[in-house]
Write a protein that binds this ligand. Structure first.
Ligand SMILES: [Zn+2]
Ligand SMILES: [Zn+2]
Length: 469
């Protein structure tokens, strides 16, 4: 891993962005100064200047402007998966609210739990999956009634209690108070600053009682610093938009067709909460390391994702003919090549699947790596741990949990001595605990990491998860 750096530019081309690093030259390198060659079907990075091994230059996730990531949150519920989620949750909420008039024998508390549980549960799910890198809404697995409905209903209500209880008291007493305007202002400001943190806290599985401890909640908000204030500031226009959408939703719901309008109305009024949850998840995705949410190394990503080195090895080192065949026909426009391209020289015999996986991971073509990995047999000790981990993380990000579990388990079982093994175990534990609802397996793995790999980042994180909240 490299140290994060502002303005990483190529040592030799000061105007070109750097995506790699040569430890021998102590220089950052642009795509033209880095060579990617295949040796024994493995992509090998080297430095054009000295020929020494080069490595990928990684930067902290905060390197991408946070405000740009937040803008993407507006779009999140409008993607196909997001729209389906809006409708699905909207339907559950609409039915639990509408059933009480049709089915008077269903106790109100059950319907209230379904309503609040599906509402908060879906928001918490968005926060958690976003914090782990999910690019779009993935359907959560329904685990059991307590885990998926009762618990989110309670947590959402308790987390926001410090906001709605004073607000309620205030509105009941308002007519007797002097300076109502000023008090109202304080309540709104406190809500804006406090609510996002309380909800993030509730979403990430802190103990229910600690949700009521404002000192703990505010302490974590302070550690998130400016980024937290940016998210809090977004809550104001979002809340205004929410009021407008609620008005639209009320109009839609009042159309005189049965069921459909109320589902649409609920879906419309869920838009803003979905955007808010996405923003909170992004805050954890980018800055979670400041509050001990995740392993430090997870928070670094390639400085030039999807860009491939274009440098050519110097002619003296390699036969000229082979180079000429391998080199690109003409200078290409930079950054256009985001998709994996076909191998420059088709091998006479098809390349083994394993080697293709390794190469796809090396060149960051992770979608391709996933597709190839699915076709591999299990228990392949010959595949490097880095490939298993990369595939596991990508599979988790796109919601293919069985594949993610399979890939990460391989590291723990086949190469427990690999430096990547503790990290793989932690990612796997989080997958169990936060996505699959299998708390027991998660704890077992955290205990394993803490005992087996003491002194590592992963062990420290595992310890923090084992402590009672
Ligand atoms: Zn070098
Ligand atoms: Zn350069």
């Amino acid at each position: 891993m490299s140290i994060p750096s502002e303005n990483a530019h190529c040592q030799y081309h000061p105007r070109a962005a750097a995506g790699w690093f040569c430890p021998a030259c102590d220089a950052k390198l642009c795509p033209d100064c880095t060579v990617l060659e295949e040796v024994a079907s493995t992509g090998l990075l080297s430095c054009v200047r000295c020929g020494g091994a080069a490595e990928e230059w990684k930067v902290h996730r905060s390197h991408t402007p946070f405000s740009r990531r937040l803008l993407g949150a507006w779009h999140y519920p409008l993607k196909k998966s997001g729209l389906l989620a809006l409708l699905a949750v909207g339907a559950v909420v609409a039915m639990s609210r509408g059933l009480s008039s049709i089915l008077p024998f269903v106790p109100g508390l059950i319907l209230l739990t379904i309503w609040l549980g599906s509402f908060w549960g879906s928001l918490f799910w968005i926060v958690r999956s976003t914090s782990m890198g999910a690019e779009h809404f993935t359907a959560p697995d329904f685990h059991d009634v307590h885990h998926d409905l009762v618990s989110p209903a309670i947590r959402g209500t308790v987390a926001t209690a410090l906001i709605w209880v004073p607000a309620l008291l205030f509105f009941f007493k308002a007519n007797k108070l002097e300076g109502v305007g000023a008090v109202f202002g304080v309540v709104v400001l406190a809500t804006v600053l406090y609510a996002p943190m309380a909800l993030m806290f509730a979403a990430t599985g802190q103990g229910t009682l600690s949700l009521l401890n404002p000192f703990k909640v505010i302490g974590i908000a302070m550690r998130l610093g400016r980024a937290y204030l940016v998210v809090a500031a977004w809550m104001v226009p979002l809340a205004l938009l929410h009021l407008m959408l609620m008005f639209v939703a009320a109009k839609v719901s009042s159309l005189s067709i049965p069921l459909l309008p109320s589902v649409l109305g609920e879906a419309i009024s869920l838009y803003v909460p979905f955007v808010m949850a996405r923003m909170l998840g992004l805050l954890l995705y980018v800055h979670g390391d400041r509050v001990g949410y995740g392993v430090d190394s997870e928070f670094y990503e390639p400085a030039m994702p999807g860009v491939k080195p274009r440098g050519k090895k110097r002619a003296a080192r390699v036969p000229a003919q082979a180079r000429a065949e391998a080199s690109h026909p003409a200078p290409r426009q930079r950054f256009i090549e985001m998709e994996p391209e076909p191998a420059p020289r088709p091998a006479p015999t098809p390349e083994p699947l394993e080697a293709q996986v390794v190469r796809a991971v090396e060149t960051n073509a992770l979608d391709r790596a996933l597709e190839l990995y699915r076709r591999l047999p299990e228990n392949l000790a010959s595949l490097p741990a880095a490939s298993h981990v990369a595939v596991g993380q990508k599979a988790a990000a796109v919601g293919d949990y069985p594949l993610a579990v399979r890939a990460l388990k391989q590291v723990a079982q086949l190469t427990p001595e690999d430096p990547l093994a503790p990290r793989a175990c932690v990612i796997l534990a989080r997958l169990y605990g936060e996505r699959l609802g299998d708390e027991a397996s998660a704890l077992k793995l955290y205990r394993h990491v803490a005992g087996r790999y003491p002194g590592t980042d992963a062990a420290r994180f595992a310890q923090s998860r084992l402590k009672p909240a």
